[in-house]
Design a protein around this ligand. Structure first.
Ligand code: GRF
Length: 217
């Protein structure tokens, strides 16, 4: 089986990155994670990645005067490493439309809400303020507009009446760690593809990325 050379981009603790690396430790996983790249030198996920024996690289966005310069350096690093698929995992930089277009259909992201609800930041506070009974997480193809690309998979979790943002975040994060490896696998093995702005699935493949948590979990 051909494994797709993949990079994970982080800015922080990297728990989703770790979930992806754990999945990719299985030689039958279709993505070969060869590089973890951070825009922040202090990201704790870098040490975690090194613990998995994966190459790490820092491209500090503060060394660039504009987004285009940073994105060009990022693109070069990915190309040099032979990367064909990119997974954003808590990567807190907006990417330029040019970069995003270059990686169309080959770059995915995880967001901790059921998109299209609650884009951007302070997502769990947004969900609690709206009074929704279900929230969750979404893996999507990255498009130039933030948190708006074609949805690949979602996991729903209940919002409990006594939740605060931290409790809700933790319940969703546990599902992120299941959903993201499943979604990356489908993209890497071609069972989920971006076609005309929508995700097209091989027969039955959507089931692997349509998850629901227990009500009392
Ligand atoms: C996750 O909640 C992810 O959905 C969001 O940022 C957070 C990153 O957490 N995009 P981690 O760095 O993967 O632990």
């Amino acid at each position: 089986m051909r494994r797709i050379p993949t990079a994970v981009l982080i800015s922080g603790r990297g728990s989703n990155m770790a979930a992806l690396l754990e999945a990719a430790a299985d030689p039958s996983f279709p993505a070969d994670i060869r590089l973890v790249l951070s825009n922040r030198p202090g990201a704790s996920g870098l040490e975690r990645a090194a613990g998995f024996g994966v190459a790490t690289q820092v491209i500090d966005h503060r060394s660039f005067s504009d987004r285009a310069g940073f994105d060009a350096a990022l693109d070069q690093a990915l190309t040099t490493a032979g990367i064909q698929l990119v997974a954003l995992a808590g990567f807190m930089r907006l990417l330029t439309p040019d970069f995003t277009r270059r990686w169309t259909g080959r770059m995915i992201n995880i967001h901790p809400s059921l998109l299209p609800a609650f884009k951007g930041v302070h997502v769990h506070q947004q969900a609690l303020a709206a009074g929704v009974r279900l929230s969750g997480c979404t893996v999507h193809f990255v498009s130039p507009e933030m948190d708006s690309g074609a949805i690949i998979g979602q996991a729903a979790v209940p919002v409990h009446p006594d939740d605060n943002a931290d409790r809700l975040a933790a319940r969703i994060l546990a599902m992120e760690h299941l959903l993201y490896p499943a979604a990356l696998a489908l993209v890497a093995n071609g069972q989920a593809r971006l076609i005309d702005g929508r995700t097209a699935f091989a027969a039955g493949a959507w089931r692997a990325v349509t998850l629901t948590a227990d009500l009392d979990g």
